[in-house]
Design a binder for this molecule. Structure first.
Ligand code: 13P
Length: 285
C-alpha cells in the first residue's frame, strides 16, 4: 500500500519505533526489501538516490517501487534520497513519489531555508512529504561527498528555527554518523539527539546508519529518531550473497541463479534491521 511518508513517520514517532528507509537500485533489491516487510509486517520506505536514478532510470525504478508498494498490504512510501536538483525533485513528484528529500545542507542556513521552502511550497499542497537536512553528514552517499573535516553537527536552536521557517515534515540531523563504511566505531551524540527531539516538532531522520552498533541505534530511536536510512549494509549483504554463490559455482552464467542468493541474503539483512528498529508487526491498514 503506497502511503505518504509523513504518516509513516508520525506513527513511528507516536509508538516509539523507527521506519527503515532502504536504498533501491534494481528489481532484486526492491523485492528483497518488500518481501522482508511483508514477512515481518513492517512499514518501510523504498528510497532512490540520484545515483540510483542515474543507473536505472527514473521510470524503471519508480515502476519497480510502485509495483512493490501496490502488491503488499504493508504501508510503503517511495522516497527520493538526497535530492539536490529542483528540476529532478519536480520530476520525482510528477512520477508519483510520495516523499522527497531536498538536501541543501551544503549552503549557509538562510539559503538552505530558502531552497527547502521552495520545495515545501510545491510538495505540501499535493500531499508529498518533504525531508530536509541541517548540519552536514560526513562520508559518501553516491554522488554526494562530504569530507570528514567539513562535517558539522546539527545545532538544536538552528533546527528549531529551520523547521518553523520551512515547514518540513522531517529533518535529517548530523549527530555522529557518516555515509559509507566506518573506519572506527561511530560515536553518536545522544544528548544532541535528545535536545533536537525536544527542540523540533517534526520526526528526526538518521542517515549513515550502516555499521552503527545495534545498541546505539536502539538508543537513538528511543530518544527520538523515527526514520533510519540504510544503504551500505544492504550493498554488502547483496554482494556477499553473490560472491558466496560464485565461489561455489564459478562456471555458472545464469543471472537468475547468481542474483537469487544475493536477494535472499539481503532479505535476511533487512529483516534483522527491522527487528532492531522495532518496526516488526507495526504495519497498519
Ligand atoms: P549508509 O550507506 O551509511 O547506510 O547511509 C545510507 C543513507 O544515509 C542514505 O541516505
Amino acid at each position: 500500500m503506497l502511503v505518504n511518508g509523513k504518516r509513516l513517520l508520525e506513527d513511528a514517532r507516536d509508538k516509539g519505533y523507527a521506519v527503515g528507509a532502504f536504498n533501491v537500485n534494481n528489481m532484486e533489491i526492491v523485492q528483497a526489501i518488500i518481501e522482508a516487510a511483508e514477512e515481518t509486517q513492517s512499514p518501510c520506505i523504498l528510497q532512490a538516490s540520484q545515483g540510483a536514478i542515474k543507473y536505472a532510470g527514473l521510470d524503471f525504478l519508480f515502476a519497480l517501487a510502485k509495483t512493490a508498494a501496490e502488491i503488499t498490504t504493508v504501508p510503503v512510501a517511495i522516497h527520493l534520497d538526497h535530492g539536490t536538483d529542483f528540476d529532478q525533485i519536480v520530476q520525482c513528484i510528477r512520477a508519483g513519489f510520495s516523499s522527497i528529500m531536498i538536501d541543501a545542507s551544503k549552503y549557509p542556513l538562510e539559503e538552505n531555508i530558502e531552497r527547502t521552502k521552495r520545495v515545501v511550497e510545491i510538495a505540501k499542497p499535493i500531499n508529498v512529504t518533504v525531508e530536509a537536512e541541517l548540519g552536514k553528514i560526513g562520508g559518501t552517499e553516491d554522488q554526494i561527498v562530504v569530507d570528514e573535516r567539513d562535517a558539522t553537527y546539527t545545532d538544536p536552536e538552528e533546527a528549531k528555527i529551520f523547521v518553523e521557517k520551512t515547514g518540513v515534515d522531517s529533518l535529517a540531523v548530523a549527530v555522529g554518523t557518516a555515509h559509507g563504511v566506518y573506519k572506527g566505531e561511530p560515536k553518536l551524540d545522544f544528548d544532541r539527539i535528545e535536545a533536537l527531539s525536544k527542540a523540533v516538532s517534526c520526526p528526526l531522520v538518521l542517515h549513515g546508519s550502516s555499521g552503527v552498533p545495534y545498541d546505539a541505534l536502539k538508543k537513538a530511536i528511543s530518544l527520538g529518531i523515527s526514520k533510519v536510512n540504510i544503504d551500505t549494509d544492504l550493498r554488502l549483504s547483496f554482494t556477499d550473497g553473490l560472491k558466496d554463490f560464485l565461489k561455489e559455482n564459478r562456471d555458472n552464467f545464469d543471472p537468475r541463479k547468481i542474483l537469487g542468493p544475493a536477494r535472499e541474503n539481503m532479505k535476511k539483512a533487512v529483516i534483522e534491521k527491522m527487528e532492531v528498529f522495532g518496526s516488526v508487526g507495526k504495519a497498519w491498514r
